[in-house]
Design a protein. Structure first.
Length: 138
C-alpha cells in the first residue's frame, strides 16, 4: 500500500513512563512463607534419613478432613520437594511389596547389568570386534 507505514511510531523516551502497579505487601509478609508442614497439613512427622541433601520424612497429614500417611523429601532450606500421601490401608498393602523389592534390589541390579553387558557384546560382535579376545582378558 502506498503512503501507509507499517512501522510502529517512535516512543518518546523523555516523557515520564507510568510505573507498573505493585501489590501493597510489606517486606515482612513478602519474606514470610508457610512452612511445608503447615502447607501440607502435617500433624505428626519423623525424619527417617538424609539422602543427597534431602531429608526423607514420614508422618501423618490432614487433607480435606481425611488423614493420610505420607512420605516426603525436604530440602536443606526446609522446602518440600516431593510429597506422597496415601490412606493408611494402602500403605499396609504397599509396604510388604516395597520391602520385597528392597530385599531383591541387588538381584534386580545384577540382572540389569548382565543384560546391558550382553547387549553391548552383541553390538560389538555385529561391528566385527572379536569379543572372545576381549573376554579372555578377564
Amino acid at each position: 500500500m502506498i503512503g501507509v507505514s507499517t512501522e510502529a511510531p517512535a516512543r518518546d523516551v523523555s516523557a515520564p513512563q507510568p510505573e507498573p502497579a505493585t501489590p501493597d505487601v510489606s517486606e515482612e509478609q513478602a519474606g514470610k512463607r508457610k512452612k511445608w508442614t503447615e502447607f501440607k497439613g502435617v500433624i505428626e512427622s519423623t525424619t527417617i534419613d538424609e539422602v543427597d541433601r534431602l531429608k526423607i520424612v514420614a508422618g501423618v497429614n490432614e487433607y480435606k478432613g481425611n488423614h493420610y500417611v505420607f512420605l516426603g523429601k525436604v530440602t536443606e532450606a526446609d522446602f518440600q520437594r516431593a510429597f506422597f500421601s496415601m490412606p493408611a490401608y494402602v500403605w499396609q498393602k504397599a509396604l510388604p511389596i516395597l520391602s520385597d523389592y528392597a530385599q531383591r534390589i541387588g538381584v534386580i541390579e545384577k540382572q540389569a547389568m548382565a543384560k546391558a553387558v550382553l547387549d553391548e557384546l552383541k553390538r560389538l560382535k555385529e561391528l566385527g570386534i572379536d569379543i572372545k579376545a576381549i573376554t579372555d582378558q578377564l
